[in-house]
Design a protein. Sequence first.
Length: 232
Amino acid sequence: MMLKKSLLPVLLTLALAGCATVQDYREGQLHYKLGLSALNDGRYQAAFVEFQKALKYDNSNEKVYNALGYTYIQFQELDKAKMSFQKAVSLDHKYSEAYNNLCLVDYGLHQYDGAIAACKKALANKLYETPDKAYYNLGKAYYRKKDYPAAVTAFKESVVRVADNYPAYYMMALALNAEGQYGPAAEALSNAVKLDPAYHGNMDKAEHDFHNGTNLPVDRADTDQLLEIFKY
């Protein structure tokens, strides 16, 4: 059956529009990959520019918004980072990496309830490949809210998934110490120092460094509590 002449311009326009969409996607992917390369090299401004270009071609790519949010973190622009991560998860409700990053930003903004909610959403996806990160950030948020049992549970879940996750052991030591579990706190600290590649179990060197405020594995405000555990 022959097409009516009047339909041909419309079909041709639709075909060209489809080609343009594919081309836009390819251009967006190119700039996204260039941005990731710059980000990995520590060239944050170059990464920022590439991600902005990527969004001009394709503003529905959740991975670009996630990468842009991480770039904003490097600029210490946490509010903008949060908006980027929120956009990423609005485009993909199962995007665990972006939820975890949102948790991290909320923690930095002292919005601990928001951090807990975001981490839980990250962990709701059973296909999330690095849940240890979300459990660690979840534990930190619970610790700041002084919900120490929940914090300990989260840190334990983190090290179950990655056995050499020494940052989680440092935080677990703090949470256990806050609960008054001094023996388990000392054991967690010992595990942390043993697994920490900076010390390989050298407790004296670790205590010396932390006392001098160097190579701190926890927030500076928690240093005194951490040093207290060395005495047990």
